[in-house]
Design a protein. Structure first.
Length: 325
C-alpha cells in the first residue's frame, strides 16, 4: 500500500506501479518487511523505500534530500550507480547533502546555502571550499574532542603552534603506568590556519610523561577517514627511526613536508607501544580531527601526481627512471 501511495503521489497509475513493483522491492532490499506497517520501519528503511519508488519511476527531475547516506556501503553504491544512470539519460538530479565527497562524486555544479542564503554557486571543488570556510567562520570546531589522558576536552580551535609545547595543562599522571600520553595534536605552521591546504607541511605531535626511563618503546599513528578506515599508518620502527628511550616529560613529532590527502575530514589515532607492538603503554583513539582542503575534481583519498606520457602505435615506451631511496 505504501508503494502504491507513493507512486500515486508522483502521478502514476495503479497499473504503472504494479508493473515495477518487484523492481522497487528488489532495489529497497526490504523483501522480508514489505508487508509490515511503515510505522514499524526504521528511518533508514523508510528512506530506502521512498528512494526505491522515486528512482524506479524514472522521473525527469529527482530531488534527493540526504537519502544517499542511508544503508550499508553496498546499498549506497547501488544508489549512486542508479543516479549516474539517470544523469547519463539527461535527467536532472538535485542533491541536498552535507557529505562533501558525495558532491564531488556526483555533482557538475554545487550551491552552498547558509540559513537559506546563497553563499557560493560554482564547480564542486570551489563550492566545497566555500562550505568548509562557512563552517569555520561560524566557529564550528574542525579539531574535535581532543583527548587529555583519556578525558575529552572540547576546543573550538586546533593546536597550531609549530614550535614549543602546546599550551594545554597536563592531566594527572598515573605513576603506575610506564608512560602516559598527555596530549595529541595536529599542528600547522600558520597559527591562524583552520585547514591544511595543498603543498603545506603538517606535524603530528604526541606529548608524554614517563615517570621512569623506558627503552623498549615505539610511537605509532593511524590517519583515518570519515568512515573510520585507515588511510595511512606507520610507526617509528617501520620508518627506521627508532625512539632510543622515554624519560620524564617530552614529545615525539612526525613531520610531513607535504600531505597528499584529498579534501575531507581525517581523524588521528596515536599510541605508544613496545617496539614489537605486543605491549600498548598508552593510546589515544581518533582523538583529534583535522580538515584538508584540496580543490579539484580528483576522487578518492590521496592526491597522487602521475606524469602522463602518450605513445603512438608502434612506439616502444621507455621505462620510468628509478627513484633513489
Amino acid at each position: 500500500e505504501n508503494i502504491f501511495l507513493n507512486g500515486s503521489i508522483l502521478g502514476f497509475s495503479h497499473r504503472q506501479i504494479e508493473s515495477i513493483f518487484d523492481d522497487i522491492v528488489d532495489f529497497a532490499e526490504l523483501h522480508d518487511f514489505i508487508d509490515n506497517q511503515v510505522k514499524h520501519y526504521s528511518s533508514g528503511m523508510y528512506a530506502r523505500l521512498g528512494f526505491a519508488v522515486a528512482i524506479n519511476v524514472e522521473p525527469e527531475i529527482l530531488l534527493v534530500d540526504e537519502v544517499l547516506s542511508v544503508g550499508d556501503e553496498a546499498f549506497q553504491r547501488k544508489c549512486i550507480e542508479r543516479v549516474r544512470r539517470l544523469q547519463d539519460d539527461g535527467r536532472t538530479i538535485l542533491l541536498v547533502t552535507h557529505a562533501t565527497e558525495m558532491v564531488r562524486q556526483l555533482a557538475s555544479r554545487a550551491a552552498v546555502l547558509d540559513h537559506g542564503k546563497l553563499v557560493e554557486l560554482n564547480e564542486p571543488g570551489e563550492a566545497i571550499r566555500a562550505f568548509r570556510e562557512t563552517l569555520a567562520s561560524r566557529g564550528i570546531a574542525l579539531v574535535e574532542d581532543q583527548m587529555l589522558s583519556g578525558e575529552a576536552k572540547a576546543t573550538a580551535e586546533p593546536q597550531v603552534q609549530w614550535s614549543g609545547p602546546p599550551s594545554a595543562s597536563v592531566p594527572e599522571v598515573d605513576l603506575d603506568k610506564p608512560v602516559t600520553i598527555t596530549k595529541v595534536s595536529v599542528e600547522f605552521p600558520d597559527p591562524t590556519a583552520r585547514f591544511l591546504l595543498p603543498n603545506q607541511p603538517m606535524r603530528l605531535r604526541v606529548d608524554y610523561v614517563a615517570p621512569n626511563k623506558i627503552d623498549d618503546v615505539a610511537v605509532t599513528f593511524d590517519i583515518l577517514d570519515q568512515k573510520g578506515e585507515i588511510v595511512f599508518g606507520t610507526d617509528t620502527q617501520i620508518l627506521g627511526q627508532p625512539i632510543v628511550d622515554l624519560d620524564g616529560v617530552g614529545a615525539v613529532c612526525f613531520d610531513f613536508p607535504d600531505v597528499p590527502l584529498l579534501d575531507g575530514s581525517y581523524d588521528l589515532s596515536l599510541a605508544i607501544t613496545s617496539r614489537a607492538g605486543g605491549t600498548v603503554y598508552d593510546r589515544s583513539d581518533a582523538s583529534v580531527r583535522f580538515e584538508v582542503m584540496q580543490p579539484g575534481a580528483q576522487r578518492g583519498r590521496v592526491a597522487l601526481q602521475p606524469k602522463v606520457v602518450h605513445f603512438f602505435h608502434g612506439e616502444v615506451p621507455e621505462p620510468p627512471e628509478p627513484v633513489a631511496t
